[in-house]
Ligand binder design. Structure first.
Ligand SMILES: C[S@@+](CC[C@H](N)C(=O)[O-])C[C@H]1O[C@@H](n2cnc3c(N)ncnc32)[C@H](O)[C@@H]1O
Length: 282
């Protein structure tokens, strides 16, 4: 798997980071020129999509972020999770927010070297890194090198702590065969902790969804722009649950944005939502 270079995806993290900041989920720590430029360039397309189709990328980005936060909060408060690894963290402000709320939490932000160096610089400038809030280079495609998941986990994590791994905005940049290898490795690695889970957003390939054809067209453009194999995974919720079971996860819950309308402060949209948040426990 290591001969694939997926670093071309990284720029999209700046756009998402700015969307979160513009909507009060992030802070000026993560304000970047690239993010601001991408955000303002994207505004006209976002407005047209929202007016004409009732759908916007920003709504989806906010929905997934709020829902993942909700699952993480419950994992900490109800399951006793005290160690979190956010893989492909990009400009995610989650580590900073959760560390403020739960000072005993161990939080490791992980990404490819270039993105991680930027994140590390921003966190260091604000005095936010310490022995409980760290950064680590992880390449989900690596299997033997120093940045391979199992190697980093063995070196960086406390095996006694209940642990949660997060990915957001990552998995659909890879075809199912490629990302499944990562998921299998992750399930194996998580079995070494007293209790462990994995939460991710996921864009399924719903045949019934009015947007699927359009999204598959958009996905083609996104694949070109990010030089990756963007693809939608699983045809329905049952397929998601069965898929993760086969990969080595014992229990899977699929969270749907509509279930949280009026419950979490998430934006709504008039068409059916596309994103799902998948919560897995080994
Ligand atoms: C679309 S961004 C998502 C970032 C952030 N989680 C968010 O939601 O905005 C994708 C992230 O994946 C990282 N990435 C790309 N390939 C990766 C890999 N092979 N291993 C780990 N991270 C990777 C990129 O550097 C980038 O930060």
């Amino acid at each position: 798997m290591t001969d694939i270079d997926s670093s071309s995806i990284s720029f999209t993290a700046y756009y998402t980071g700015e969307v979160w900041r513009q909507h009060g989920l992030s802070s000026d720590i993560f304000k970047t020129n690239t993010g601001k430029t991408l955000f303002y360039l994207g505004q006209p397309i976002e407005k047209i999509a929202k007016t004409v189709m009732g759908f916007s990328t920003q709504t989806t980005l906010l929905q997934r972020h709020h829902m993942i936060d909700y699952v993480v909060k419950k994992a900490i408060e109800e399951q006793g999770v005290s160690q979190i690894v956010e893989i492909a963290c990009g400009m995610s402000p989650r580590g900073v927010r959760f560390r403020q709320q739960y000072p005993d939490l161990h939080y490791i932000e992980a990404d490819l070297p270039a993105m991680l160096a930027h994140k590390q610089r921003l966190l260091t400038e604000h005095g936010l890194l310490n022995e409980h809030h760290r950064v680590a280079s992880i390449n989900i495609l690596a299997e033997d090198s120093a940045d391979a998941l199992a190697v980093v986990f063995a070196k960086q994590l406390d095996p006694q702590r209940k642990t949660l791994v997060i990915t957001e905005g990552l998995i659909n940049y890879f075809d199912l065969a490629t990302i499944s290898i990562f998921w299998q490795n992750l399930a194996q690695a998580l079995k070494k902790f007293p209790q462990a889970g994995y939460v991710t957003d996921l864009y399924p390939n719903f045949p019934w969804h009015p947007m699927t054809k359009l999204i598959n067209g958009f996905v083609y453009g996104l694949s070109k722009a990010t030089k990756s194999h963007v693809s939608l995974h699983f045809k329905n919720e049952q397929a998601i649950i069965e898929g993760f079971k086969e990969l080595g996860f014992a229990k899977t819950n699929v969270h749907i944005p509509e279930s949280y309308y009026g419950v979490l402060p998430i934006p709504t949209q008039r068409v059916a939502s596309l994103v799902r948040v998948v919560e897995n426990w080994v």
